[in-house]
Design a protein around this ligand. Sequence first.
Ligand SMILES: Nc1ncnc2c1ncn2[C@@H]1O[C@H](COP(=O)(O)OP(=O)(O)O)[C@@H](O)[C@H]1O
Ligand SMILES: [Mg+2]
Length: 358
Amino acid sequence: MYLENLRLINFRNYEKFETGFSDKINIITGNNGIGKSSVLEAVHYLSLTKSFRANRDAEAIRFNSDHFVSIGTFVSNDGIRENISISFSKDTGKAVKSHGKILANSRDLIGKHPVVLLSPEDIITTLGSPSGHRKFMNMTMSQVNKSHLSRLLSYRGVLRQRNSAINLAASGGKAYENTLDALEEQMGELCNSIWEDRTKFINDILPEFQKIFSDLNEGKKEGTIEYRPSVSGTKNEIMEELKQRRASDFNMGFTTRGLHRDRLVFKINGRTLKKYGSKGENKTFLIALKLTQGKFIEKRTGIKPIYLLDDVFMELDRTRAIETIKYINGIGQVIITTTDYEEWSGMIDFEVNRIGLS
Ligand SMILES: Nc1ncnc2c1ncn2[C@@H]1O[C@H](COP(=O)(O)OP(=O)(O)O)[C@@H](O)[C@H]1O
Ligand SMILES: [Mg+2]
């Protein structure tokens, strides 16, 4: 699967923009602030119906406009073209269209044209914070499994209800116990199944991750990922645990256990990356993690995801950059941004599609 072309209207700094892509390696070049990341952001919209850097869709609307449109044509493995458009208007909100027809549920699009994103912010968000760890698992697993996404969304709703019940119960006494019982039953079920999914997911990706990480480091370093669930066990065991935590949750004012508190621990040669990793090690770890994510999606869905690599080679030493380039040559469609094309072209011995912005 690949993206054949992209057209933007009032998106970020673009009033109008149009480009084609090759199904292999595309390099977007241009100075800082020219709009390279914005192109990747627009592609991300077409795949996942949202941005990777804006909290609100309105942020991506060009200043002094009232709506944006991102339109692209995806070509499937069988050569079938699908025209997707995402628009967001200040008045009417978001509309997701396939061949010009509005999709009633934009979630239907997720997983159809998967992407793997690697951006400079990922060092902090994906590697550095438990919420980033969960987002990584959620994004990957949701792109290969629709029911996973809907269970995550159900959990979000139940969690919100339990948090408000806790605050009401803390002031209102016993009247909320039945409500909490019912909510914890639902949470027990969802936490159990997502704990199982996440355990399986990490076990599944670990060998591939270890191989890629080792390759990027010429076999000199070993990376691992450990899953640290907040709750685990059967539905009933988890329900019981949530019930026992009520008193302390009343004090804290929120639900302190559950799949929304799961995290990952990343290690290099047995030491935690967060405490001991250098900048370069973090970057290499992240690259290996994202390449693994892509391979996982490909194995599960039979679709090669589009790799969006934003400024990836900044701060990477030459050896690791060359190892990474070797790896990405042939993995599918890749869209890379860089300010320094000269450095790039010195490291590659294959053809790329250069998209120069000025
Ligand atoms: N909503 C917006 N409307 C107009 N311009 C914007 C908007 N948001 C960001 N910009 C500008 O768009 C430009 C391109 O940003 P970006 O794509 O991040 O550039 P690059 O990745 O090439 O460094 C920046 O100058 C930024 O200030
Ligand atoms: Mg950028």
